[in-house]
Design a binder for this molecule. Structure first.
Ligand SMILES: Cc1cc2nc3c(=O)[nH]c(=O)nc-3n(C[C@H](O)[C@H](O)[C@H](O)COP(=O)(O)O)c2cc1C
Ligand SMILES: [Mn+2]
Length: 519
């Protein structure tokens, strides 16, 4: 099952009793956060997607929490368990050439699948461009019910944007989810962390620009930008004068929305990955005012650019750590156009202390990327990125330990693997431990480890949102080897057995249980 657009997904949610339409008037300022936060943290049978149809001061309805449960994620991907997607990835990675004809034929559908991955650019009219606004005096962002999420937030934030940029050297497209603080009707902040792909595009463009003053001067002749009212503090200057085109899609089919959050290597275009997830290519259309293609079936598109010589004060923002991320200087996104469907829905989320909608997006990543992690670390059996660690702070892995020091090899591998490299705490346990049972993991760690012998510390890049590091984005990391220790690791004592009751006694007690007065 793949959804052509957000409306089809909303229908699916509704048919499965996973969506509540709210007709009562609510405010986009804090009120929707309080409602959604209670729903996210409340009983599971009340945790639904919310479609607010009457947001005070706005005509456009607002969808939130649409991916905020395992059931809704399964509906989004058309699976009964997220591990099915992981299995499809394993399948693709195991493309061994079979020796008989039947085996070879059975590969054909697998290979045919690959052909569906790349996006298709359409020429005809696109749903996302039914309405086109290029006049800066007309309402653009002012039309959207953008949430002010938490009391000390620096302003309203677009929280679920799919941000499109292109690598200035290779032209490879990227989609990342980077929050956008609304500054005015046609400008926002551009909060991309320096580890992420759009930041690399930005840095590459700046570097080229510094090395080529001539071209910078020419670019001065570009049309005047409109809308100058931004953050509370004047921006800094880099001296460069170029700009990078940026497009933003809001409200797409859920596979594409997820793909924007997925920790893919920078050379993989997220639209291709979304094509794999939805088993159908993503349809793109050319933007009206910039050289960029965007999802033809999106609800809303913002077109514009980021000037390489402009920074503005961005934040604070109540973040997914459960704490405010501090304000700082970030680039500015200036709109040249906004296009949208005739009757668009504004798709958004809030983040805060877990559990919340983004936790489920993170859990999708844990399941979908496990097979890829196993390519580098085949000895890994399972992994838990616990909600309390908000994904970057903690990873628990279980392994088939085969040689002395094996767990420490895994810890080092994690610290060298893509976005997992930013993991602050890595815990490795043996194959017989349930990594999803935090109580069991804690018991093993507390009991099985000698902290001096079994911990590995290092210093390196960490998540930008980690507020405990002395310097932003860099700090200490701790790995804990909670596996049983071997003679080969210098452990000469005998390791004690766990106490396990015999089956016949268990059965005997089972039979007596009720007569003992228990139930
Ligand atoms: C709801 C949500 C909000 C996010 N906000 C930001 C953000 O403001 N800035 C950022 O750099 N990453 C943010 N992320 C994380 C990135 O989207 C994620 O790491 C993604 O893989 C980055 O894509 P990239 O590797 O193509 O840059 C957010 C993720 C989610 C799920
Ligand atoms: Mn990317």
């Amino acid at each position: 099952m793949s959804f052509k657009n957000l409306s089809e997904f909303i229908e699916e949610l509704e048919e499965n009793n996973e969506l509540i339409r709210i007709k009562e008037q609510v405010s986009s300022e804090l009120e929707i956060t309080e409602i959604t936060d209670r729903i996210s943290k409340g009983p599971i049978d009340q945790n639904k997607a919310l479609l607010f149809e009457n947001v005070e001061g706005y005509d456009i309805p607002l969808l939130i929490n649409s991916l905020g449960s395992y059931n809704r994620l399964n509906l989004a991907f058309g699976v009964t368990s997220l591990d099915e997607i992981g299995a499809r990835i394993s399948d693709l990675l195991n493309l061994k050439v079979p020796d008989n004809l039947l085996g070879k034929l059975s590969m054909v559908p697998k290979l045919a699948q690959v052909a569906t991955f790349p996006p298709k650019t359409i020429n005809g009219p696109a749903a996302c461009q039914e309405v086109v606004i290029t006049n800066p005096d007309e309402k653009m962002l002012d039309k959207l019910p953008i949430l002010k999420c938490w009391p000390s937030d620096g302003g309203p934030f677009i929280t679920l944007p799919l941000v499109f940029t292109k690598d200035p050297d290779t032209g490879i497209r990227n989609i990342g989810m980077y929050r956008l603080q609304k500054y005015s009707n046609n400008s926002t902040g551009f909060h991309v962390h320096w580890h992420h792909d759009a930041a690399e595009h930005y840095q590459k463009a700046r570097k080229e620009d510094q090395g080529n003053k001539e071209s910078s001067i020419k670019r001065r002749e570009e049309p005047e930008r409109h809308g100058t009212e931004i953050g509370q503090r004047p921006g800094g200057k880099f001296g460069g004068l170029r700009r990078i085109p940026v497009a933003v899609a809001i409200g797409c089919d859920p596979a594409l929305v997820y793909a924007a959050t997925a920790p893919l290597p920078s050379m993989i275009d997220e639209t291709i990955f979304a094509g794999f997830l939805r088993k159908k290519p993503v349809e793109l259309v050319k933007c009206k005012t910039i050289d960029m293609e965007v999802p033809a079936n999106a609800e809303i598109i913002l077109e514009g650019y980021v000037d390489l010589d402009e920074l503005a004060w961005e934040g604070p923002f109540g973040d997914h750590t459960g704490f405010y991320s501090l304000a700082g200087d970030f680039p500015v996104f200036r709109l040249t156009a906004m296009t949208h469907r005739k009757n668009p829905t504004y798709m958004t989320t809030i983040v805060g202390r877990p559990p919340q909608e983004d936790c489920y997006l993170g859990k999708a990543t844990e399941r979908i990327f496990l097979p890829l992690l196993k390519v580098i670390m085949p000895e890994v059996i399972d992994m838990n990125l616990p909600l309390e660690g908000v994904f970057h702070n903690c990873a628990i892995l279980k392994i088939h330990k085969r040689y002395p020091g094996h767990a420490k090899k895994i810890i080092s591998s994690v610290w060298g693997s893509g976005q997992m490299a930013f993991t602050k705490y890595v815990i490795v346990v043996d194959h017989d431990v349930n990594v999803h049972d935090l109580s069991e993991v804690a018991w093993r760690v507390f009991a099985n480890t000698d902290p001096v012998r079994d911990s590995l510390t290092t210093h390196g890049p960490l998540d930008i949102l980690d507020h405990a590091t002395t310097i932003p984005g860099i700090g200490g990391k701790l790995g804990i080897d909670a596996t049983v220790k071997w003679k080969g690791e210098g452990f000469e004592r005998n390791w004690p057995n766990e106490m396990i009751m015999s089956d016949d006694i268990k059965n005997r007690v089972n039979l007596k249980w009720a007569s003992l007065g228990f139930n």
